[in-house]
Design a protein around this ligand. Sequence first.
Ligand code: NAD
Length: 555
Amino acid sequence: MNPPADTRPLTPVAPWFPRGVTLLHEPSLNKGTAFTHEERDLLGLHGLLPSHVCSQDEQMARVLENFHRLPTPLEKYIFMTALHDRNEVLFFRVIAENPDEMLPIIYTPTVGLACQKFGRIFQRPRGIYIDANDRGQVKSLLGNWPRRDVAMIVITDGERILGLGDLGASGMGIPVGKLSLYTACAGIPPTQCLPVMLDVGTNNLELRDDPLYLGLAQPRLTGVAYDELLEEFITAACELYPGVVIQFEDFANHNAFRLLAKYRNRICTFNDDIQGTAAVALAGLISALRVTGGALSEQRLLFLGAGEAATGIAELVAAAMAEAGSDLDTARGNCWLFDSKGLVVAGRGSLAAHKQAFAHEHAMVPDFAGAIRALKPTAIIGVAAVPGAFDREVVQEMSKLNARPVVFALSNPTSKSECTAQQAYEWSDGRALFASGSPFDAVTWAGHTHVPRQGNNSYIFPGVGLGAIAVRARHITEAMFLAAARALAAQVSAQDLAQGSLYPSLRDVREVSAQIAVAVAEVAFHQGLAGIERPADLDAHVRSCMYEPIYPRYA
Ligand code: NAD
């Protein structure tokens, strides 16, 4: 049977359009064996390709066959990176069609290992590297980036990569991976995405001594010099790319909170570790309440961890409780933190500023299971990167207190998870409402199959970014994250809940992101922060901004 005729409009080839080998080596334009005979004539490609013209589906089948043959996730990551460097459209099509299989490779958990091995698996650079010696030259260095239509930047200084600590310039895998998700999950055009590494050195001595380390092998820049370098970058980026969204990623918490406070009302920015995580966790809680039947304001949350993720989630949950009628202080009083020293309580010496709103009157409790007995939480949320911290005793204590205990083991990568899905279901006798930062397979326990899904901010940030870009939002606000959380939770079906899934399937992530983006855009108009006239059909406008990983037809 002949394939259906391709009726998509033709893209005229401009005089400057690359031809021949140059075209085949330009990943954003390359179609490889899918260039038709007419295109091969037009673009000087005859003789440079085998004669059979492949469809994109055939190319995808070839990619998947090779992918499946590879024995380890790291080798799959390297293979996909090479495809990204060769044929961008095909790379994004493969991910968009196979998100369950691909996201754990191009993002967490595999990206963590890829960062640890960065200096060893490095093939081609992607993005901009600004190092501590570039002060005074950041704008001209950004000018070396070939695109002027950058709309989304992800920047890291590599100091707290996932739960793996200071990986210095090797942390570049995270902005690269995250931006791949912006495109794959929300259709932000890859040409509008720019990964940035602020290489201020590393305090990781093992890396500094590694001859294959690719970053500055010197102690981290700190204080005024650090702030000036970052400020120079922010100013230059906003001048070169007006309205750009700058997402801070994997900064250590001594910088993350203060940089968010410094820039959130000045530019269009957010910190995904604090705010994106908060929205995904809130969405998971809203879903869990559809099972337990309780009200959000009646929940008591106990966090293992008191850093960016924990306090970000606690703040947003408290804001959601306050929107539902609670007083904000009372709402914060329902959120408790437990850090490396024990329960965070009022009067405990030298508490960091971000913990203080959640340091309530209570006796100090040194162990987590003891804190559960003392506080009787309805939910425990693990964001401390302490693997195994939700042990049998912890899960069983939660199960004594709650018919359906909420157990979120959100730390990444998988090696840092507080417990596995199997453990959560087994130790709660199948009653836990479980979500995890990195994926776990379905678990069959006592004849019932539970399908845990990822409480990962990858459900949130792509849609937030798309919404902000689509309406040229001036700032990204807490109200936008509340709207994003609700839009995500609204897409969880009764069928999802029945199998223990607190999030929609990743297969639907583009639709999930589109709906989140529309919700975020609505808030931008409501708050007077949109930089465009309100389109007659906001939903259609947002969707029209989404890139489709389909080859153009050149003529
Ligand atoms: P962070 O460094 O800001 O905070 C870590 C916190 O853990 C600190 O408060 C620290 O005191 C506490 N801690 C350390 N050891 C402890 C112990 N033994 N007992 C109790 N608390 C302890 O880091 P973060 O940004 O909050 O991230 C923490 C974890 O959450 C990481 O693994 C990260 O990958 C994960 N995370 C997951 C998502 C997601 O979408 N699922 C998003 C963001 C962060």
